[in-house]
Ligand binder design. Structure first.
Ligand SMILES: [Zn+2]
Length: 174
């Protein structure tokens, strides 16, 4: 359950983001990386890496890595990246959306050749995110898109209110 306090907090966080105009997800990734002072690499999650994971964020020593499911639409890919950015911006510690599947570890290790398979396994086996963290990441992803659209239209459409109402937070949104 997303509380009103959390909603306000994440909305303020999104308002403060350097949202590129015109908005594109790759430009936002670059802007967030610049602000964090470390690169964010976007890669493709190898097929079969994990049957239940469409995206994953790894926090490495010198950079962040977001891997996105291969066989999906560009809109869905963008959303997955925004969702993983949401985890990053909310400072979630989970490290992997779902438990890793053993058969994907070798593939991931090939994709990230400077990481040992053992390290990849340990990252994938870290505690999965809580339901609240998943909802927060989803909320931030939605807020980013809505806020970018609102700025592009140079007006405040009702979509923020609609989102808040959908979350049962309509009074908090105003
Ligand atoms: Zn997630």
């Amino acid at each position: 359950m997303v509380t009103r306090r959390a909603y306000r907090k994440w909305r303020a966080l999104v308002e403060d983001l350097p949202l590129p105009e015109p908005f594109t997800v790759p430009d936002l990734v670059a802007a967030v990386a610049a602000r964090r002072g470390r690169p964010i690499d976007i890669g493709t999650l190898p097929g079969g890496a994990s049957a239940q994971t469409c995206g994953v964020w790894f926090q490495l020593v010198d950079r962040d890595v977001i891997l996105v499911e291969e066989n999906t639409s560009s809109f869905h890919r963008d959303h997955i990246v925004l969702h993983e950015l949401g985890h990053m911006l909310c400072d979630h510690r989970g490290g992997a959306d779902e438990q890793g599947r053993g058969d994907g570890i070798a593939a991931l290790a090939r994709l990230l050749p400077d990481l040992s398979p053992d390290l990849v396994r340990r990252m994938l086996n870290r505690t999965a995110y809580t339901t609240d963290e998943e909802q927060e990441a989803e909320l931030v992803a939605s807020l980013i898109r809505i806020t970018a659209e609102a700025r592009a239209q140079r007006a405040t459409p009702g979509v923020l209110g609609n989102l808040a109402a959908a979350l049962g937070l309509d009074r908090a949104a105003r």
